[in-house]
Design a protein around this ligand. Structure first.
Ligand SMILES: *Cc1c(COP(=O)(O)O)cnc(C)c1O
Length: 462
């Protein structure tokens, strides 16, 4: 054994250090010893590869840091200053106050989740949310599931397993994070039949492909990419007319679940579930945590018969929505029925923010942060596979790294190491912060963390 190994303290020695004694009062003895052993094993390996043995203090600090990072509740709250409203990596839609309250109430006690309180007998988890979905979309029926990926998967399995599903070549796409239409189709037990070309597909292309084996026509919204120029896709109405004529169900994966008209905010029009239902599709699928502004969920609305087949399919149980998300979802849907979505749902509030209001907020940050901050014009995006290429005009606060160590990247990393972490963007060598995506009450923390990061950068070695 090299002398380096002997320089490592024993588990007992480490446990007797005051900072670790403090941790021993919080965590179980066995868990703590396990963590120390793991750290020591990794150090031994590093020493074997030529690293110097750490000092006792270094080891204690490393263990403290490791515990603080790993034995903690996940996910950790942070400040989204990226200007991407629905940021998939940052958890998509923040919930409204009413939705948060609904989750809290459902979480801490018993609920009538599957109990009919009036009748005193078993009830349905879906009946209540279904009534709201019918009212909002005009559909005959609806069902809420774990996420849109599972809604599409279950819908295909229930309607078209063992049969062919016709998809435009331009729509047999990857939506992100492993959701690829051809693979989802394969998993559902259906066979993909691609028609048309990447840029142009006509109703006649679908028509030519219909055979006795056809189980459905599937339309997929291009939610995270745009095909521009010489393009064509048939309107939903055309597909529905064709489907009716040939007795083939039409399914529509909308992605976002946008119940309001995005055009009123200068954005492109995002297709809505109401439009799909109005066009007569058998099933429309959408997410709960994109433009709907609610919790992670997947919703299918459409014809009674088709929704019932989904509900009765054995996969339905595997992808059902949990009570906390159901509480948040129904609270979110109620905002639309009360005509208060723009005011109460954070996603819509952020979309609707005027540049003037954002400018005032940016000016306040600049005053508080000082001369290294400036206010510049910029653009926010909706994100999470909604309205690709579309932007909302905004005002940004740019932090000048001023030739500090590591430039903008290092400054952005310092903001991320704040408590709470602040996630910014880098543009043209500066770190930029977009007030649009901050929630009410986060301004003071953001300013504090910016000041700390800039100060640290001026005094390197910290
Ligand atoms: C986002 C998206 C999905 C996946 O939805 P999740 O709720 O994230 O599972 C599926 N299809 C389309 C078109 C989408 O935009």
């Amino acid at each position: 054994m090299s002398t380096g190994f002997r320089a490592l303290p024993s588990v007992e020695r480490l446990l007797s250090q005051e900072p670790l004694q403090e941790l021993a009062r919080t965590y179980s003895h066995d868990a703590l010893v396990g963590m120390i052993r793991q750290e020591l094993a990794e150090r031994r390996q590093a020493i074997a590869q030529g690293e110097n043995p750490p000092s006792l203090d270094e080891l204690v600090l490393a263990l403290q840091g490791r515990l603080r990072r790993t034995w903690t509740v996940f996910p950790q709250p942070l400040i989204n200053a990226t200007g991407v409203i629905l940021h998939t990596n940052l958890g998509r839609a923040p919930l409204s106050r009413a939705a948060i309250q609904a989750v809290t109430l459902a979480a801490g006690g018993y609920t009538g989740l599957e109990y009919d309180v009036a009748e005193g007998e078993r009830g349905s988890r879906q009946a209540h949310v279904e009534a709201l979905l019918r009212q909002l979309t005009g559909a005959e029926a609806g069902i809420a599931l774990n996420n849109n990926a599972s809604a599409v998967m279950l819908g295909l399995a229930a309607i078209a397993a063992g049969k062919e599903v016709i998809v435009s070549r331009g729509e047999a796409v990857e939506i992100g994070g492993g959701f690829r239409i051809p693979e989802v189709l394969a998993q559902s037990g259906a066979t993909l039949v691609e028609v048309g070309t990447t840029n142009r597909t006509y109703a006649a292309d679908y028509e030519k492909a219909i055979t006795e084996h056809t189980g459905a026509l599937l339309k997929v919204h291009a939610s995270n990419f745009r095909v521009v120029g010489f393009t064509h896709t048939p309107a939903t109405e055309e597909l529905v007319a064709l489907g009716r004529q040939r007795g083939v169900p039409v399914l529509h994966d909308l992605g976002s679940g946008c119940l309001l008209d995005t055009a009123q905010f200068g954005l492109a029009h995002e297709p809505t579930p109401q439009e799909s239902i109005n066009a007569g599709v058998d099933l429309a699928f959408f997410s709960g945590d994109k433009l709907l502004g609610g919790p992670q969920a997947g919703i299918a609305v459409g014809k009674q018969e088709a929704v019932q087949r989904m509900a009765r399919h054995p996969l339905a149980r595997a992808v059902r929505l949990d009570k906390l998300s159901l509480a948040a979802l129904t609270a979110t849907l109620l905002h639309y029925l009360k005509d208060e979505a723009l005011r109460e749902i954070p996603t819509w509030r952020m979309i609707a923010l005027s540049p003037q209001v954002i400018h005032r907020r940016a000016l306040r940050w600049r005053r508080a942060i000082g001369p290294r901050a400036s206010v510049v014009k910029g653009e926010s995006t909706v994100g999470a596979g909604s309205l690709p290429g579309e932007t909302l005009p905004t005002w940004l606060v740019a932090l000048d790294p001023a030739g500090g160590d590591g430039g903008a990247d290092a400054l952005a990393a310092r903001l991320r190491s704040g408590d709470p972490p602040v996630i910014a963007r880098i543009a043209e060598g500066q770190v930029v912060l977009d007030p649009r995506t901050l929630l009410p009450g986060e301004d003071a923390a953001l300013v504090k963390i910016c000041l700390e990061a800039l100060r640290e950068q001026e005094t390197p070695g910290r």
